[in-house]
Design a protein around this ligand. Structure first.
Ligand code: SF4
Length: 192
């Protein structure tokens, strides 16, 4: 797979204030998340433990879900949560604090919720190449392509973001992307 991430950051920011169509939605299932974070990129258990061991727990955020019909649920502070064995189901991913950033197709930086490790000036990921670089980021959007699901790359392309995926090179070799000037996108559906 050949991605053109340089200068993009399309999947690293919350596009809803810029272009809702380009943002898409990660609230399509029967269990909507309780939070308003867009495109949370879920981490594995070991990745979460690694960030916590490094003192970076503040870079992470949990996501809880409303229960679907017939789901087990647990009520906490008056809120029903999807649960298994009376324990809430959750995922953990990188936070998206607001940053002044100008992703692909925009000229001026503006305050957008952005992947916690995204450098808003260079549009590069600060932990790309690091041991802590999440697998979700390393493989995005390979799984989407394999499942024939829309990617952020295609959405930002459609919104005027140029040619992000090289179709001629879009075999999913190892589901690990080869990038030109990688932005370290968390992907998402993140998991941007
Ligand atoms: S993965 Fe796609 S949307 Fe994300 S930075 Fe790279 S080209 Fe842009």
């Amino acid at each position: 797979m050949d991605l053109r991430c340089e200068g993009c950051a399309g999947c690293c920011v919350d596009w809803r204030p810029l272009d809702p169509a380009a943002a898409g939605s990660d609230r399509t299932g029967p269990r909507p998340p309780l939070d308003d974070l867009h495109d949370l990129a879920p981490l594995t258990r070991d990745e979460v433990a690694g960030f916590v061991d490094d003192g970076l727990a503040a870079a992470l955020t949990p996501r809880l879900f409303e229960p679907a019909d017939r789901d087990d649920s647990v009520r906490i502070d008056g809120v029903d949560l999807a649960a298994v064995d009376d324990r809430p189901v959750f995922v953990v991913g990188p936070r998206k604090p607001p940053k002044p950033v100008a992703p692909v197709g925009t000229d001026e930086p503006r305050w957008l919720d952005a992947y916690v490790f995204l450098d808003p000036t260079t549009l590069q990921c600060r932990i790309h190449g690091d041991d802590r670089y999440p697998r979700t980021s390393a493989t995005y959007p390979g799984h989407n392509l394999e499942l024939d699901a829309e990617t952020e790359c295609e959405r930002v392309e459609a919104a005027g973001g140029g040619d992000r995926i090289d179709a001629a090179a879009s075999s999913l070799d190892g589901l690990v992307r080869e990038v030109e000037g990688d932005a370290g996108a968390p992907g998402t559906p993140g998991w941007d």
